[in-house]
Design a protein around this ligand. Sequence first.
Ligand SMILES: NC(=O)c1ccc[n+]([C@@H]2O[C@H](COP(=O)([O-])OP(=O)(O)OC[C@H]3O[C@@H](n4cnc5c(N)ncnc54)[C@H](OP(=O)(O)O)[C@@H]3O)[C@@H](O)[C@H]2O)c1
Length: 80
Amino acid sequence: MSLDHAARPYDLVLYGASGYTGKLTAEYIIKNAPTNFKWAIAGRNEKKLLDVIKELKELDPNRPLPGKTQTSNTGSTGSL
Ligand SMILES: NC(=O)c1ccc[n+]([C@@H]2O[C@H](COP(=O)([O-])OP(=O)(O)OC[C@H]3O[C@@H](n4cnc5c(N)ncnc54)[C@H](OP(=O)(O)O)[C@@H]3O)[C@@H](O)[C@H]2O)c1
């Protein structure tokens, strides 16, 4: 399998971003990562992900916000 990093849309995708630990991690990234760091938050529930993005925007309106990508339920291996 090729690891073509240039072809990847994100440097990091934070899975479970709507949870307690996920939100703390997202806050850390937005406060500390370089502004050109390409990252996204991921989870099952779009509304929860949008709420996380809103909270991140309130932390620092000038920082680039993460992308958002919806994922499957990890309990359903067929949907992963
Ligand atoms: N809380 C702590 O102090 C702490 C400390 C050390 C380690 N941890 C570990 O960190 C992890 C997360 O803990 P947490 O307290 O942050 O939990 P949490 O607040 O309940 O968040 C869990 C996250 O995982 C997602 N999720 C749950 N079940 C899923 C599934 N079947 N498929 C896909 N996504 C799923 C949830 O998404 P939905 O919103 O879609 O359900 C949510 O975003 C756990 O492994 C925990 O043991 C937590």
